[in-house]
Ligand binder design. Structure first.
Ligand code: GLU
Length: 468
């Protein structure tokens, strides 16, 4: 019987989870779920500078927020240095590695003199140096031959050994590079599938050469996922683009919308239905169907997904999910009666409170463009509408349908009627809405006025009338 698949997400501690990293976690997780396998988490913190919990905390936190749990305890490479030291000794003893005391400047200078591609020239290969201060351990890459592997996403990928430099296994401070630690751990942890970003394709022949030299039988299946690019087709960059999952979370994205969207970065379901429950994606997902070409990280599309997911929440759930974004004590109370109406009009949870801010404070500033378009443009009719609205709303019952009837009558009073004499509410609402909310758009007017109350509504209508 075939062994249970074992996958791993192996982040380096960078301080934050990148959306590309989140996509990698998700693809690993999908395979593990579909095959009944496991997804382990390994923190690649051999670099002492990066071996600080705060550089890992956010990564773990955002994976959990996305709902993509891992199996077992996270493995920290910083606690396994003895394993890498042992592997390094073994390579040295077998003549597959050697000590080198060249400084980076010397390596660079010789490369410049020689012309052609930069990189290490094998200068210390046969110098028989001992370990000492400033020596790094390098892997002796075979001069000839080809190193190939089958990538589930890219097909067969081959590298000529002659084009690979003798790369570093242990730095001069004794710390192993991720190349060495990564191979040792994948074997030790019994990893069957290495699913990771495209930037690791070029490191894979080195991985295989090390595994071979260590005499490891272990050969995982590789799948290198396509790079994520922005609208200009440039690789996502922290400087230019929003890239951290935490930023999206803080902006009011739902984790389920994020996960659904991330699944489509390089993959698509055979039936083309993009917005769908995660368990269906688990069923349909195949690494073999991942496309190697760059995937466009389209924030607008993500926003659209998010709006769709928000609309699927019931009113209680919507309020609960939006609650962390409220900054005023009264926000929840004013949102509640309008929950479904607001829910259907926001794309982000962070938009909820701003949409109802006119219910929170009586300090209304009129948005200039809204004032021009919805109030000033109609001249006298706006003044008449505000007067008529005050009059009609003073007397009506304070329910949405009664308010609607009152404003319909006010529109007729003020002459907001079409040639057939029917009230034109789309225009007639304008002055009232701007007077009451400061803006030309917002949640449905009648329901909003119910929440606002008669007294505050009338005060605002009079204030706008006076401002005309
Ligand atoms: N630690 C590597 C990174 O964060 C991942 C290596 C791998 O997945 O094999 O890019």
């Amino acid at each position: 019987m075939a062994a249970r698949p074992r996958l791993r997400f192996a982040p380096s501690p960078t301080g934050y989870l990148h959306v590309g990293g989140a996509r990698t976690v998700l693809f690993n997780w999908l395979v593990a779920r579909r095959t009944g396998g496991e997804m382990l988490l390994r923190i690649e913190d051999t670099d002492v500078e990066r071996n600080r919990p705060e550089l890992t905390d956010d990564i773990l936190e955002q994976i959990q927020w996305l709902g993509l749990g891992w199996d077992g305890e996270p493995v920290h490479q910083s606690e396994r240095l003895h394993l890498y030291a042992k592997a390094a000794d073994q390579l040295l003893a077998a003549g597959r590695a050697y000590w080198c005391d060249c400084t980076p400047e010397q390596v660079q200078q010789r490369a410049a003199e020689r012309g052609g591609p930069p990189g290490y020239d094998g200068h210390c290969r046969d110098r028989g140096l001992e370990r000492g201060p400033g020596t790094a351990l390098r892997f002796r890459v075979p001069d000839e031959g080809v190193t190939s592997f089958d990538d589930l996403v890219r097909g067969t990928v081959s590298f000529e050994n002659a084009k690979l430099e003798d790369f570093v296994l242990l730095r001069s401070n004794g710390i192993p590079t991720f190349l060495l630690a990564n191979v040792v751990d994948d074997a030790d942890m019994g990893i069957t599938h290495v699913v990771r970003g495209e930037e690791h394709v070029n490191g894979t022949p080195k991985y295989l050469l090390i595994a071979d030299a260590l005499g490891l039988d272990h050969r995982p299946v590789f799948a290198h996922l396509p790079v994520l690019v922005n609208e200009q087709r440039k690789k996502l960059s922290k400087r230019r683009d929003s890239v951290s999952v935490a930023e999206f979370r803080a902006a009011g994205y739902l984790p389920e919308a994020m996960v659904n969207y991330l699944a489509l970065l390089g993959w698509g379901p055979p039936d083309g239905v993009e917005i769908r429950p995660l368990d269906e994606i688990v069923e349909l997902f195949r690494l073999e169907d991942v496309n190697p070409s760059p995937a466009f990280f389209d924030t607008r599309k993500l926003q659209h997904f998010n709006a769709e997911y928000i609309r699927k929440l019931d009113a209680d759930e919507f309020v609960a999910r939006a609650r962390p974004f409220f900054t005023h004590a009264e926000t929840e109370a004013v949102v509640r009666p309008l929950a479904e109406l607001v829910r259907d009009r926001v794309r982000l949870l962070s938009e909820v409170e701003p949409m109802v801010d006119f219910l929170l404070s009586d300090d209304i500033t009129y948005d200039e463009a809204s004032w021009r378009k919805h109030v000033a443009k109609h001249g006298e009719r706006s003044a008449a509408m505000l007067d008529a609205a005050v009059q009609r709303l003073e007397a009506c019952e304070w329910r949405a349908d009664a308010i609607e009837a009152a404003l319909l009558a006010a529109a007729e009073d003020a002459g907001f009627v079409n040639p057939e004499g029917r009230p034109q509410m789309s225009k007639a609402q304008g002055p009232v809405r701007v007077a009451v909310t400061g803006r030309g758009v917002g949640p449905p007017l009648y329901e909003s006025l119910v929440v606002l109350g008669r007294g505050r509504t009338l005060d605002r209508l009079r204030a706008a009338r006076a401002a005309l």
